[in-house]
Ligand binder design. Structure first.
Ligand code: ADP
Ligand code: MG
Ligand code: MG
Length: 325
């Protein structure tokens, strides 16, 4: 048992990066590891948050149309990944979505349904081809006035990667981190059994899962319409926006989960949002081109689309409600 191996565990929950963060590690000094892990996350939030004065992202946005900004490697990697998937998805994913996110304010007290004119105005500012990176200098420039980056779709994935990397460097063999819809697990549980990661039932209150993914050493990342939204006249206005229409996506998808150990959690987080916006057909086409990556997509009418490589790992719990097609 773990106790016989001199192994202790520590479990801690905190609020960070706009979401609930839960971590557990098995180690000889688990509290110390967890404490440092939250420190790492806090540090990344200071750089990438739009709510923190003086963050690197705020600086880039402030100097849009004026000046390239030198940033940390961390922020640079997150932006670079966003641009990569923007190109790959022809703009379904777009890190320059900032002006639209701000306009809708979904998840804030200022949430509203904007007018078509307001949306059209902001749409002119959303264009990843006008985001310029200077790799040698780790500089970033938004080439048009009033453009705005928003890293909400993939900064959490990067944070999960950094925490797990830290654990590995410390010789930790077993642990998990869960932040919002992002989960990364290190190794197996100490007894050698697989970690069980729940996939939220998108139609039930938080904590109700519709499936379990059994994994070791993987990342499992979900984007869902239940994370942040408001209701108006029976319509759910959620936080994943279609950069073409400037509105919350209205395709069939209500939840998209990426499972992988071949790509980083940064990739998986970027991909979960990308697949969500692309829709079932194009989204799964993209995933099927990426080796070692699985996806599970749930639609409004309770259909589940799953890539073949997840057959053994995923157990659907609510079989009567959700039908795998
Ligand atoms: P969560 O915020 O629950 O982790 P996602 O990873 O899917 O969910 O990210 C959603 C967030 O990404 C939004 O809150 C917004 O900040 C940003 N976003 C919304 N639409 C897009 C898009 N099409 N491309 C890139 N980022 C987006
Ligand atoms: Mg996310
Ligand atoms: Mg995402």
């Amino acid at each position: 048992t773990e106790r016989e191996q001199g192994m202790k565990s520590s479990l801690k929950t905190d609020y960070m990066m706009g979401t609930i963060v839960k971590m557990k590690v098995y180690a000889s000094q688990p509290e110390k590891i967890i404490k440092k892990s939250f420190k790492i996350m806090d540090n990344l939030e200071q750089k990438m948050s739009l709510n923190i004065k003086g963050s690197e992202v705020k600086e880039i946005n402030k100097l849009a149309g004026q000046k390239a900004v030198k940033i940390s490697d961390a922020t640079y990697q997150v932006i670079k990944k966003g641009l990569e998937y923007a190109k790959l998805s022809q703009g379904a994913f777009d890190p320059t979505i900032g002006p639209l996110v701000e306009l809708w304010g979904i998840g804030t007290k200022e949430a509203q349904i904007p007018t078509q004119k307001e949306i059209a105005n902001k749409l002119k500012l959303v264009d990843y081809s006008k985001l310029k990176l200077v790799p040698q200098k780790k500089k970033v420039l938004l080439t048009k006035d009033n453009m705005k980056l928003n890293l909400g779709a993939n900064a959490k994935g990067y944070a999960a990667d950094k925490v797990v990397q830290f654990w590995k460097a410390k010789g930790v063999k077993s642990g998990f981190i869960s932040l919002g819809g992002n989960v990364s697990v290190l190794g197996t549980k100490p007894d050698g059994s697989l970690w069980k990661v729940g996939i939220q039932d998108p139609k039930e209150p938080r904590g109700n899962v519709m499936a379990i993914v059994e994994v070791k050493g993987k990342t499992v990342v979900t984007s869902g319409n239940y994370e942040r939204y408001f209701m108006k006249d029976g319509v759910r206005y959620h936080h994943i926006l279609n950069p073409k229409t400037g509105r919350p996506t209205r395709k069939r998808i209500i939840s998209a989960t990426i499972v992988t150990d071949n790509l980083s959690s940064l990739d998986a987080d970027t991909l979960s949002t990308t697949v969500y916006v692309l829709g079932v057909k194009k989204g799964l086409e993209l995933i099927n081109k990426l080796p070692g990556v699985g996806a599970l997509v749930i639609t409004r009418n309770n259909k589940v689309y799953m890539t073949a490589n997840l057959k053994d790992e995923v157990k659907i719990i609510k079989k009567d409600k959700y039908k795998v097609v």
